[in-house]
Ligand binder design. Structure first.
Ligand SMILES: Cc1cc2nc3c(=O)[nH]c(=O)nc-3n(C[C@H](O)[C@H](O)[C@H](O)COP(=O)(O)O)c2cc1C
Length: 248
């Protein structure tokens, strides 16, 4: 419990490299995560080569962790391998649909998070990079991803730079996220109460001020995730998934 209550994302890494055997052991242990029907509908691309990291950088809008971390992992939803196995074994696959893709996305997400937990427990620091689905096509080109493979999320991994103090971020109160037996929809009063602490934190008030906004919610809707940008990248992701062979 202590680990879970205190963990934080790490975005600054020391120059210490990650031992190959440790990396393999962690990936091996992560692969024991639950997986749909025991199918393991995922692959992970390990990037350690500096030139490859530089090629991935623009795909992640040049987030510096991608170049700085000794290891960059690109987690992919993958029906390519499983479908090939079916075809080689006289079995007719029917997995190029949204439901199957959802299973692969769940599988790879659980695998990635299991790796994240293991790595953090080993004293490593990790940062998820969500820009993976923003530039799936470009990432697929750099990493040579074949049909039925969709990059879902990236994790940068390294030993924490001890000179940078990690910051623990807030969470909503438990009663704000848990419903018993049936969903109890939120009243305006509930919303005020659930978000009160988040809104009162100096760091979040700072974001409101420096972006010239009236509320913290506006920082999310107008600055971090504006509608037009969401829609543009949603279209690009949709096109990539269709081109990768899924009928969605
Ligand atoms: C799917 C996903 C995508 C994320 N993408 C990014 C990212 O692109 N860049 C970044 O700096 N942090 C990213 N994060 C890290 C979150 O910002 C971080 O987990 C969150 O602020 C909570 O902080 P904590 O992990 O330290 O508790 C991502 C996290 C998740 C789960």
């Amino acid at each position: 419990m202590k680990y879970f209550n205190n963990r934080t994302t790490i975005r600054n890494y020391s120059s210490k490299i990650i031992d190959n055997e440790l990396l393999n052991d962690m990936l091996e242990a992560a692969a024991h995560a639950p997986t749909t029907g025991g199918m393991q509908l995922y692959s992970v691309i390990v990037t350690e080569n500096e030139e490859m990291k530089q090629r991935l950088m623009p795909c992640h809008f040049n987030q510096p962790m991608v170049a700085q971390a000794p290891v960059v992992l690109t987690f992919c939803a993958d029906f390519n391998r499983f479908v090939k196995w079916c075809q080689q074994r006289n079995a007719e696959p029917g997995f190029d649909n949204l439901q199957s893709l959802m299973s692969a996305i769940l599988d790879v997400t659980i695998f990635a998070q299991q790796f994240n937990t293991i790595a953090e427990m080993q004293g490593l620091g990790c940062c998820y990079i969500g820009t993976t689905t923003y530039n799936a096509q470009e990432i697929a080109e750099v990493l040579h991803l074949p049909r039925l493979v969709v990059p879902i999320v990236t994790l940068t991994v390294g030993y924490p730079d001890e000179s940078v103090r990690p910051v623990t971020t807030e969470r909503l109160p438990l009663h704000g996220i848990v419903h018993h037996e049936t969903y109890q929809d939120y009243t305006a009063h509930d919303i005020d109460e659930i978000y009160a602490e988040k809104e009162s934190l100096p760091v979040n008030q700072g974001f409101v001020k420096e972006n010239n906004k009236q509320t913290l919610a506006q920082v999310f809707t107008d600055v971090r995730y504006p509608k037009a940008v969401n829609e543009e990248f949603a279209k690009r992701l949709y096109d990539y998934i269709k081109a990768a062979g899924y009928q969605i």
